[in-house]
Design a protein around this ligand. Structure first.
Ligand SMILES: *Cc1c(COP(=O)(O)O)cnc(C)c1O
Length: 354
């Protein structure tokens, strides 16, 4: 039986995408060859790469606006380094909203001065700092739109006069935003798009080429742009699956349609967390993430009972991140409202039993 997969990442993917991917592994486009044994320069795969890039830009509303979409390797973690390598000349600003921002800051410090414009570290990253200044002399400001581990999400992005760089690993394609406000967006595929192994980078070409340091080819966005994500062998399978997921999303009605479903899922779960006296949310209400809901039991003695109940109901991946504890329900695009309903039913059943 297919489980209700609340895993934080790698995460649930649409079932039709899983089936089509399995088919392509056996016989890609009726070619008599597997997707993973053909040349990445073959006509059929080049078409996959082109389509994946085009769909990413189309869904984000960034076609013909000077942006390029790249499918790179090394995960979002390599982007912590690459963004600074390519954009940081003197000083960059970082909003520290969680472990991932913290790691991005650590890498950026290898290349220049880092100004932490705000931080919620001392409060266990349970909220997004709001009142912070952004000096005009920064090379860029780096934000993390959704904090996967703590379950917080930036709802209002600051208006700034410097380039905006954003790690959108765990909420890209989940809600409507004016994506043209951002100069560089990156996202590891495995949270909302595909399997681990590729990272989407959407970059405005005009912000590149401004730092004075020499950049190694593999770390240079301009090199990857000039080779259309084929400077070296791309992650063929993850790119293909990502393309299928983006196609699925487009057929569903795009980000506008999925946002409505995501909001319904989040409302259903958060209202149970708030109304059920056995549970309490981790992050402050106004910053709650629609993708990752973090919560705790009010009475730890119920843990064994609750854990047995959700496992019995076919729920997977509900344990909180090791640094936070408690529970985390990740409700990425492909998780259905029905799956959230199953979880909410278990939570109210626990209340009846206790
Ligand atoms: C998971 C995650 C990362 C790390 O991604 P990798 O692809 O494993 O390097 C970075 N940022 C955010 C917001 C994440 O959720």
């Amino acid at each position: 039986m297919k489980k209700h997969n609340f895993s934080a990442g790698p995460c649930v993917l649409p079932q039709e995408v899983i089936l089509k991917s399995a088919e392509a592994i056996q016989d890609f486009n009726g070619s008599g060859l597997s997707l993973i044994e053909i040349s990445h320069r073959s006509k059929d795969f080049v078409a996959v790469m082109d389509k994946a890039q085009a769909l990413a830009l189309e869904l984000l509303g960034l076609e013909n606006k000077g942006y390029k979409a790249l499918f790179l390797q090394g995960g979002a973690s390599l982007q912590f380094l690459m963004t600074a390598y390519n954009l940081l000349e003197k000083k960059a600003g970082y909003l520290n909203t969680g472990t991932w921002s913290d790691k991005a800051i650590k890498e950026a410090k290898l290349f220049g001065e880092v100004l932490e414009v705000g931080s919620s570290k001392s409060e266990g990253y349970n909220h997004i700092p709001k009142m912070y200044g952004v000096p005009n002399d920064l090379d860029y400001l780096h934000l993390t739109s959704n904090n996967t581990i703590y379950g917080t999400q930036i709802k209002n992005f600051p208006k700034v006069n410097v380039p905006l760089v954003c790690d959108m690993s765990s909420d890209i394609f989940s809600r409507q935003l004016d994506f043209s406000k951002f100069d560089l967006i990156y996202a590891g595929a495995q949270k909302n798009m595909g399997p681990a192994g590729t990272t989407l980078v959407v970059v405005k070409e005009s912000v590149l080429g401004k730092v004075s340091r020499k950049i190694p080819s593999m770390l240079n966005y301009q090199v990857h742009i000039s080779k259309e994500s084929m400077f070296n062998t791309p992650a063929v399978f993850p790119v293909y699956v990502s393309m299928l997921t983006l196609e699925w999303l487009k057929n569903l009605g795009g980000i506008e349609a999925i946002e409505e479903i995501n909001n319904k899922k989040a409302q259903l779960l958060y209202s149970e967390i708030d109304l059920n006296p056995l549970f309490k949310g981790y992050s402050v209400k106004e910053d709650r993430s629609t993708m990752n809901a973090t919560f705790n039991l009010t009475d730890d003695k119920l843990q064994a009972t609750f854990d047995a109940m959700w496992k019995e109901a076919g729920i997977n991946g509900l344990s909180g991140h090791r640094s936070v504890g408690g529970y985390r329900a990740s409700m990425y695009n492909a998780l259905t409202l029905e799956s959230v309903g199953v979880l909410v039913d278990i939570m109210s059943e626990l209340e009846r039993k206790a």
